[in-house]
Design a protein around this ligand. Structure first.
Ligand code: BG6
Length: 483
């Protein structure tokens, strides 16, 4: 692998994301030689840490995520880290940061390349982007920026943020990260769809009855009540992760695998995304909040959550496209906190076909993303000793050894940023469309809230969410496959 010269500046260098994901991933990329001699990382945050303290943190982060490491390697890697205490609103701090970046660039021969990573509270993204621009923090080589989610709170704020970022960066250099796009099974959707005639040729409204996407989480909001209460499940999970999955499932075949072609196929599809009317929101969407149990708080009693909150910890909904291979096919989705288990899965439900055996069950293609990684297709045969149809699953599954080789989503996506491959990042025009959809739903809910009659289903924790979600289907023969 080639050794990429770069100075990386992480805003939020003392934070949880940097510790849990970025430092271990960077270490793996260092071990592979993608970044090696000619890189330095500047971690910034408000806390008054020293370079040495940051290096200890980096080393701890690696030990926490790796069973066996060569201590000399960890030490050598950590020596590339520098810390600068930084108040994002203080212009002078950007001047110091720029100077430090230049010094390190000289020391490490980083060729003027800069990578900025926004890993802190999203309310600061705009301020940081503005000062990167007005204090000329960009270098003379490549300049890339990675932006964590949420990218805006609605379309208007996303547009504003985009304006602030594009003042210094070209669209091609903006990497809006969605860690779902780094997941192994999400990256398997395209090859599964496009390389097998059995699957490719049934990918239409003629054979697919509906598609169901479930992103279930066992955990509640935990310590993130403050953020979550301003967000909710729709913005936190649907606006990004679920819509990216939907797009991969519904887009036309790209003409090749280049980033441009993939984004072009996605954009072509998204033009035909149906934005729901308030009546459709009422009919096709369910929002809910989890109740408490003997040992856990109800959502409204969680720390930093408004006791009268109308923020949803669960949402189920439906969407459709007017164009693309599965135009008109209903795509149902649901996500929520405090489900019975952590499970991310996609069910492609095939239509019944007339056959001499009478009414057989519908067949499904299921992609399990988390916690297991597998794809299975139901196959029908005959029962052994009585008349009737027997169903078995044909499974594509990874061995333990293969699973151990699957890189973490962050490692994969950081790798892509270094090699300048934006295939698995969100293009602005996609994001804009997702926000248009989300805004339509949020506006309808907001009106219900203002009218004093919000329908927010209260659901028992550690089950399957509110039963109201069973009623969003178009026909009585449809139901959730994963129950
Ligand atoms: C994040 C959300 O984007 O995704 C969290 O902000 C959520 O609320 C998380 O828990 C889920 O990711 P994963 O990879 O655990 O399914």
């Amino acid at each position: 692998m080639k050794n990429i010269p770069v100075i990386m500046i992480i805003f939020g260098g003392s934070g949880d994301l940097a510790h849990r994901k970025l430092y271990p991933s960077l270490f793996n990329l260092y071990e592979q030689g993608l970044i090696h001699d000619n890189f330095a990382v500047i971690g910034t945050a408000r806390r008054p840490w020293s370079h040495e303290y940051l290096r200890e943190q980096v080393s701890d982060a690696i030990h926490e995520t790796h069973d066996q490491v060569d201590e000399n390697e960890v030490k050598a890697f950590a020596s590339h880290f520098y810390y600068q205490s930084h108040d994002v609103t203080n212009v002078e701090h950007y001047v110091t940061l720029k100077k430090l970046a230049q010094e390190l660039d000289d020391r490490y021969s980083a060729q003027g390349n800069r990578l900025f990573y926004m890993a802190m509270a999203p309310r600061f993204f705009g301020t940081i982007a503005t000062h990167i621009n007005d204090q000329h923090l960009t270098g003379s080589g490549f300049n890339r920026i990675v932006v964590e989610k949420p990218f805006g709170h609605d379309l208007a704020s996303a547009e504003q943020l985009n304006k602030e970022i594009t003042a210094s960066f070209d669209e091609n250099d903006i990497f809006r990260i969605d860690h779902y796009l780094g997941k192994e099974m999400i990256q398997n959707i395209m090859p599964m769809r496009f390389t097998n005639p059995l699957i490719k040729n049934i990918w239409s409204g003629e054979y697919i009855k509906n598609i169901q996407i479930t992103l279930a989480e066992r955990l509640g909001v935990e310590a993130r009540g403050g953020y979550y209460d301003t967000s909710g499940a729709l913005r936190d999970m649907v606006q990004n992760h679920i819509f990216q999955i939907i797009t991969l499932l519904a887009m036309p075949e790209p003409k090749d695998l280049s980033s441009d072609s993939v984004h072009q196929a996605k954009q072509e599809l998204l033009k035909s995304l149906i934005i729901p009317t308030p009546e459709e929101v009422k009919k096709n969407f369910v929002r809910g909040q989890y109740l408490g149990s003997d040992t856990t708080f109800a959502y409204k009693k969680e720390p930093n959550v408004d006791p009268d909150s109308t923020t949803e910890t669960y949402v189920a909904g439906k969407t459709k496209f007017t164009r693309g291979p599965i135009a008109g096919v209903p795509i149902y989705f649901r996500t929520g906190k405090e489900f019975k288990e952590k499970k991310t899965r996609i069910d492609i439900v095939l239509k019944h076909i007339n056959n001499p055996y009478g009414q057989a069950h519908s067949n499904n293609i299921t992609i399990e993303v988390d916690p297991e990684s597998k794809i299975y297709i139901t196959i029908n045969g005959k029962k052994i000793d009585e008349p009737g149809i027997r169903r078995e699953d044909l499974t594509y599954v990874f061995s333990k050894e293969e699973m151990a080789k699957v890189p973490d989503g962050y490692e994969r996506l950081l790798h892509d940023v270094f090699v300048n491959d934006s295939t698995n990042f969100t293009h602005w025009s996609e994001l804009k469309r997702y926000w248009e959809f989300i805004d339509a739903v949020e506006d309808a809910w907001q009106k219900e809230n203002e009218a004093g009659n919000p329908e927010i289903a209260q659901y028992l924790p550690y089950r399957m969410g509110p039963k109201e979600a069973d009623n969003i289907f178009e026909s009585p023969t449809e139901h959730w496959i994963y129950e």
